[in-house]
Design a protein. Structure first.
Length: 276
């Protein structure tokens, strides 16, 4: 009876996991299917799931109308640059708070996290004026800076959590052997926290890739990433759903493929230190 009950629980939990996964993935699937429809089929009621006239015309139109490669390169530079700088800043910051805490460490962490609770629109005007005065509007440098600063609290929090799981005795042993702070960070701490670093890097990369508010308001054409590329298919005449879906599919394809191939490393990093 116990074995039957266990088998039943496994079947139910597996079916529930597949159902939840399908519900989460269905909007993406629907978007991909819509990208292969004509505009007429995209607006049809009731909607057709598989039985419609398949066409690649939307992708041809999107490629002809916009420079996808230019926007994709901008997204890679912005997401990659902001992630790399955030990681380089967050490692020493999280190390100092994890292994040399003070009475104010928790307050500092909470203060950093509280900055993520503020609506970005609340600081849009001063940020825009600062960027205008320093010539950072519609520049890759400006977008890298704002996305790095915006995601930095999350990066520090995640690395702080991972570093707290590393025994202090290992670092003390390295110091007794004469390791400097720099060597301790590079040769001792960083290799031990590779799973946590990888998951933090991937999560920050996804957040930077999907950021739309700042990219839409601080860029126009020269530094416009794929989020601006998608928004260009919204016009006063209305939304062209099939073309919009094609542009969205092209925009999410690189990060979707990256997430698919790195899912094991991401899960391993997110569960780092969960089991002693």
């Amino acid at each position: 009876m116990a074995r039957v009950a266990t088998t039943r629980r496994v079947v139910v939990s597996t079916a529930g996991a597949w159902l939840a996964g399908f519900v989460i993935f269905f909007p993406i699937l629907w978007m991909i299917l819509t990208s292969f429809k004509t505009e007429l089929d995209a607006f049809s009621v009731p909607p057709s799931f598989l039985f419609f006239h398949w066409t690649t015309e939307n992708y041809v139109t999107v490629q002809a109308r916009s420079d996808y490669v230019h926007h994709a390169i901008n997204s890679i530079v912005i997401a990659g640059g902001s992630t790399l700088i955030a990681i380089l800043i967050a490692i020493p910051a999280a190390w100092s708070m994890a292994f040399s805490p003070t009475k104010r460490t928790k307050d500092v962490l909470l203060w950093m996290l509280s900055t993520k609770m503020m609506p970005p629109v609340g600081v849009l005007v001063p940020i825009y004026l600062i960027y205008r005065n320093f010539g950072l509007l519609d520049s890759l440098t400006g977008l890298v800076i704002i996305l790095c600063l915006g995601n930095l609290p999350i990066v520090i929090w995640m690395l702080f959590t991972y570093f707290k799981e590393i025994p202090k005795d290992i670092l003390e042993a390295a110091r007794m052997d004469g390791a400097t702070i720099g060597r301790e960070l590079v040769y001792v701490l960083t290799p031990m926290a590779v799973p946590g670093l990888a998951s933090t890097l991937l999560l920050n990369l996804i957040l930077a890739w999907n950021e739309a508010f700042w990219t839409l308001n601080l860029s126009t054409s020269q530094a416009a990433p794929l989020t601006v590329f998608i928004a260009s298919y919204s016009s006063p005449e209305g939304l062209f759903w099939a073309k919009l879906s094609a542009a969205s599919t092209l925009a999410i394809a690189p990060i979707l493929v990256l997430g698919w191939f790195s899912q094991r490393q991401l899960v391993r990093g997110l569960t780092f230190g969960a089991v002693k």
